[in-house]
Write a protein of this length. Structure first.
Length: 206
């Protein structure tokens, strides 16, 4: 075999090996044993271009999620505390108004002659204990039967079976227009038993 034929054979074998292993995509196979430029090194991997990425790395996402969760929890807690404070303030305000009105009604009843001037404008309607969770409560029906705006103060007495008054409560309604009605509740703090009888003791229009 001549030298030229041997070289050609070696080149053919090299090409066949390159094709079989798919190495043609990674390296250039030489067709000559003495060609100094025939082979090239495998390409060096490069870092991915971060500009092609979107979002945050997993650790940053986790940190962000935890932060947002904490913010939401803190916000919810603050909202609950704020709502509780508003409810407390509202209750205190209502209680203060109720107490001021009660004192006003009491002063007007103290001025009344006998049973007062509005006994014919008020009446009582009992409420079943089953509807009030066993709290004794009565609806005080007040109607302004005059042709002018008026306020009303009503005293309700609770008596035992011997007729003895064991509790008194004062309710009323302010600035009722002619013909207007109001229905405040007279509530007893006594237990449902023994039975008590409620009646209107005084009613004053002013």
């Amino acid at each position: 075999m001549t030298a030229r034929k041997a070289a050609a054979r070696r080149a053919a074998v090299a090409l066949a090996v390159c094709a079989a292993t798919g190495a043609l995509t990674l390296t250039a196979c030489s067709t000559g044993s003495n060609d100094s430029t025939g082979a090239s090194a495998s390409p060096t991997p490069t870092a991915p271009d971060s500009s092609n990425f979107s979002g945050e790395p997993p650790s940053a996402l986790a940190s962000s999620a935890a932060s947002k969760k904490a913010e939401v929890k803190e916000s919810a807690s603050a909202a609950a505390e704020s709502a509780s404070q508003r409810a407390h303030d509202f209750e205190a305000s209502v209680s203060a108004d109720v107490e001021r009105n009660r004192q006003e009604f009491t002063r007007e009843l103290d001025k009344a002659d006998g049973q007062g001037n509005a006994m014919d404008s008020v009446s009582l309607t009992g409420k079943p204990l089953a509807q009030t969770d066993n709290v004794r409560a009565l609806v005080v029906n007040i109607t302004n039967k005059t042709d002018q705006k008026a306020s009303y103060a009503v005293q309700v007495d609770f008596s035992d079976s011997d007729g003895k008054v064991v509790e008194t409560t004062v309710v009323g309604a302010k600035d009722l227009d002619p013909g207007e009605k109001a229905q405040p509740l007279a509530i007893s703090t006594k237990p449902p038993e023994p039975h008590l009888t409620a009646k209107i003791a005084k009613a004053q229009r002013y």
